[in-house]
Design a binder for this molecule. Structure first.
Ligand code: 6GP
Length: 851
């Protein structure tokens, strides 16, 4: 069996890797050689040197595994799943690759010989931040699980030159800086010069009659770019399978042609180059609120067009071009939210215009191959493109969407005839379900509703937690659900237990492995339930607590590096990390911290001795154009500077904003957390996935009855979770009544404090205060006031529970024990069985290997 701890492994002289051999001296030499011949450096003197040498060395093992897997898959020709996503939030790769490949013994020992520590070396890597938040990180967890489960499957996306912006604080305000992540090369990708596809935009569509009399549409784009493939091997854990994330880079059509065509017009030639490269230049930094910019549609079409051509060309190479009827048995596509929805029209175009299929046959194939996952209920995130924009950029696709919509609305009209015999009523319903509809804010403008296109063009539509899938059925797509009830499914999200426990918290993983007698839980998290029987065992609790303490020390070190202040590691570590959004209610958290501060101030020094000390941490990025979210960040830093400087209270309460929240920071913060906050207004957070990561690491949750919190509470025991607040089914009524709601006097007091300048920046905070109090302006749409008192009560219960450390530790163990369901392995198995109908295809073990 593979062991978890790098530290323990490093001490073994004969380390075991996937090929069953020990090769430490060779590994040391290899690291040195990589550094010497790729970077011209003769000595491994810094962690960065060691990182580069190690990564380029590991890369070769990874590519070997990748090649073996793909040789096998080519031979077997299994059905493939293609996960189309505009975002993949991968984070760092070194530790994950070394551990998933079972090479930790070799590399930890080799690095030790070079005077380096694996953990520090790993920190020299920059995050691959090609995603915003939950949706992108979920895609990354899914790739890990697909490979681990030996499912033939690839991710397809965009190789953004600049990923998610880096967040800095300037005087407590968010600043966005470019994420320049590719400057020192990327050892985790392989450029495929032989894999390129042309992608066109704009131009015109003409009709031509073919020899047999068939009329064909011929699209002549005005602009063409090349999609250049980069493969990012994805190693499964404890299996020889290494799959692939193929990302596309946009290049000008031809450097040579460009030079010749534009001879004497160098500037114009360069402009064309920039125009092409702009397509894959930068990730839109929005989370749950996409921006309706043309460049974004261009990005979407760019990667979808390249990916579909890529899949179809491989299919043709194997099955020829006469058996398109077999395509659904060989390829299934998952649309990660609406971002890749243009795939519906593009697959139709490729099948009808390029491959010459009849419309109806192509439609049958298209709808069998595609499936759609919805990730948010935020109405502003349901993408709609103006028909004008679409027609200009993708004229043939606009035609295709019109034909699809004609067929759809005609079908609807017949289908609804008996249910809605009155023509006006029927017309109304059809208008409400039409893929192309009027912009409700601007009657002049027609829009393409991408979510409707995805629902009509897919076999299955799913939400990402039980409550969310019900909202999808009963609210967002209710008209569609009533017609196609069996199309709608739930697939509760999950996270990979490799990155989110085994590799980021090896101490806790080792303790669990010791207690359970094996590390088989890493691939079978249901085994964690066996920890329940030890939850009240004082000896086990002590060891559990010791791990948490060590992790808290580490986070305290990070706070010290960022803020220059020491924190009390015996205090309760209370964390809220996620994108900053009004619906996620970081603001509510701050209000409760202010209330705690005021209470502490009022106490005598003697009374304070009884208080439970807390270190509160908030982290997350605000979309650059999201003004209110930026004000919330400033409120956090402003309140933090007052509280942290107050000699009366600083031993009992701290608040720190940790800048530049990303995957790697999460890997440090989550193992150290004792309480985590998931306090969205009920019915607004589709699922949440950090809640699962915290629970897995034995962190208690304070949260609303929302998203996956509900299922976590069910698994953990609802009595172990600090649940508060209004329920989703009451939200609409409460929103209507909010103007008559009588706010809590404590709420009023805090609002006066903020308005009165207790934390400075009065003017800047005014819109924040108004957004929850002034019924004319903000309406308190997310019902902070309604939940405020219940939230303070729940916080009180947290304090009481923390005073009883045995009880707290019991609960902590119960969270890990109850996390079995939230492995992305379980989620992916369900997708594979219920939606994809794809089975495992494992390559033979490497020669001499043990798997
Ligand atoms: C997020 C949801 O907000 C989050 O609740 C969920 O856990 C995650 O997706 C994964 O399903 N949505 C997005 O990040 C997003 O951009 C369009 O939705």
């Amino acid at each position: 069996a593979l062991r978890v701890s790098a530290v323990a492994e490093a001490d073994k002289t004969a380390a075991i890797n996937k090929s069953g051999t020990s090769s430490v001296p060779a590994t040391t030499k290899d690291i040195e050689n990589k550094l010497r011949y790729l970077f011209g450096r003769n000595e491994v003197s810094t962690p960065n040197d060691a990182y580069q040498g190690t990564a380029w060395s590991v890369r070769e093992r990874l590519i070997d595994a990748f090649n073996k897997t793909h040789e096998h898959w080519k031979k077997e020709d299994p059905k493939f799943i293609y996960y189309l996503s505009a975002e993949f939030l991968m984070g760092r790769s070194l530790t994950n690759t070394v551990f998933n490949l079972g090479l930790q013994g070799d590399y930890a020992t080799a690095l030790k010989e070079l005077g380096q520590k694996m953990e520090q070396v790993a920190e020299a890597e920059r995050d691959a931040a090609l995603g915003n938040g939950g949706l992108g990180r979920l895609a990354a967890c899914f790739l890990d699980s697909m490979a681990t489960l030996d499912l033939p499957g690839w991710g397809y996306g965009i190789r953004y030159k600049y990923g998610m912006f880096k967040q800095a604080l300037k005087d407590g305000y968010q600043q966005e800086l470019p994420d320049i992540w590719l400057t020192s090369g990327n050892p985790w990708e392989v450029r495929r010069d032989d894999v390129r596809h042309m992608v066109g935009f704009g131009g015109r569509v003409e009709r031509r009659r073919e020899a047999g009399g068939r009329e064909v549409a011929v699209w002549t784009p005005a602009e063409q770019v090349i999609a250049q493939a980069y493969d990012n091997p994805i190693p499964g854990y404890s299996t020889p399978t290494t799959s692939n994330l193929r990302l596309w880079d946009a290049l000008p059509l031809s450097e040579f042609d460009l030079a010749a065509f534009n001879a004497g017009d160098y500037d114009r030639a360069m402009l064309a180059r920039e125009r092409a490269e702009a397509i894959s230049a930068v990730l839109y930094p929005n989370d749950s609120t996409p921006e309706g910019k043309e460049l974004r549609l261009k990005q979407q079409y760019f990667f979808v067009c390249a990916s579909l051509q890529d899949v179809l060309s491989r299919f043709k190479a194997t099955h020829g071009s006469a058996r398109w009827d077999l395509l659904p048995s060989k390829a299934v596509f998952q649309l990660n939210d609406t971002h890749p929805t243009i795939a519906v029209a593009e697959l139709m175009r490729l099948l009808v215009d390029v491959e010459g299929l009849e419309w109806d046959e192509a439609w049958g194939i298209t709808t069998k191959c595609l499936n759609y996952t919805n990730h948010t209920v935020m109405p502003e995130a349901l993408e709609k493109w103006p028909v004008k924009v679409m027609a200009k950029m993708l004229p043939r696709h606009m035609e295709i969407i019109e034909v699809i919509n004609e067929g759809w609305t005609q079908w609807l009209s017949a289908h609804l005839a008996s249910e809605l015999p009155a023509p006006e009523e029927r017309a109304k319903r059809i208008a409400a379900m039409s893929i192309i509809h009027e912009n409700p804010w601007n009657k002049e403008e027609m829009l393409v509703n991408m979510a409707y296109l995805a629902v009509v063009g897919s076999s299955a539509v799913n939400g990402v937690a039980a409550i969310h899938s019900n909202i999808v059925k009963d609210e967002i797509f209710n008209d569609f659900y009533k017609i196609f009830p069996s199309k709608f499914q739930n697939k509760t999200n999950g996270v990979t237990p490799r990155r989110w426990l085994a590799w980021c918290n090896p101490e806790l993983a080792d303790l669990i492995t010791q207690q359970l007698g094996s590390d088989a839980w890493i691939n079978d998290t249901e085994q964690l339930t066996a920890l329940r029987t030890h939850a009240s065992d004082p000896a086990f609790q002590q060891r559990w607590a010791a791990v948490k303490s060590a992790k808290k020390e580490r986070l305290a070190g990070l706070i010290k590096r960022v803020w220059g202040e020491e924190v009390n590691t015996a205090a309760l570590f209370d964390i809220q990390i996620k994108r900053i959004h009004e619906y996620k209610r970081q603001y509510l958290n701050v209000l409760s911290i202010i209330w705690r501060y005021k209470q502490l101030k009022r106490m005598s020094p003697q009374q304070r001795l009884q208080a439970v000390p807390r270190v509160c941490v908030i982290g997350g990025k605000a979309a650059s154009a999201y003004d209110m979210a930026k004000r919330i960040i400033r409120l956090v830093t402003a309140v933090g500077s007052v509280i942290n400087a107050d000699p009366d209270t600083r031993d009992y309460l701290r608040l720190y904003f940790l800048p530049d929240y990303n995957v790697s920071l999460a890997e440090t913060i989550i193992p150290a957390a004792e309480l985590s906050q998931h306090i969205s207004t009920a019915g607004t957070e589709a699922s949440g996935t950090s809640n699962m990561k915290f629970a897995l690491n034995g962190c208690l949750i304070i949260g609303t009855w929302d998203g996956a919190n509900i299922e976590i509470a069910e698994e953990t025991g609802v009595e172990n979770v600090f649940v508060f607040g209004v329920r989703a089914e009451d939200i609409n009524g409460l929103r209507k009544e909010r103007k008559n709601f009588k706010t809590d006097p404590r709420w009023d007091e805090i609002m006066r404090d903020i308005e009165g300048g207790m934390f400075g920046d009065k003017e800047y905070f005014k819109p924040l205060v108004d957004s929850v109090n002034n019924m004319k302006v903000g309406n308190d749409w997310f019902l902070l006031a309604n939940d405020f008192a219940a939230y303070l009560d729940a916080q009180q219960q947290v304090d009481e529970c923390y005073r009883d450390q045995a009880e707290w530790l019991r609960r902590s163990i119960m969270y890990t024990a109850g996390s079995g369901k939230f492995s992305s392995d379980r989620t992916i198995r369900q997708y594979a069985e219920d939606i994809w109908h794809v089975g495992p295809c494992r390559p033979p073990p490497a020669a001499g290997g043990q798997q």
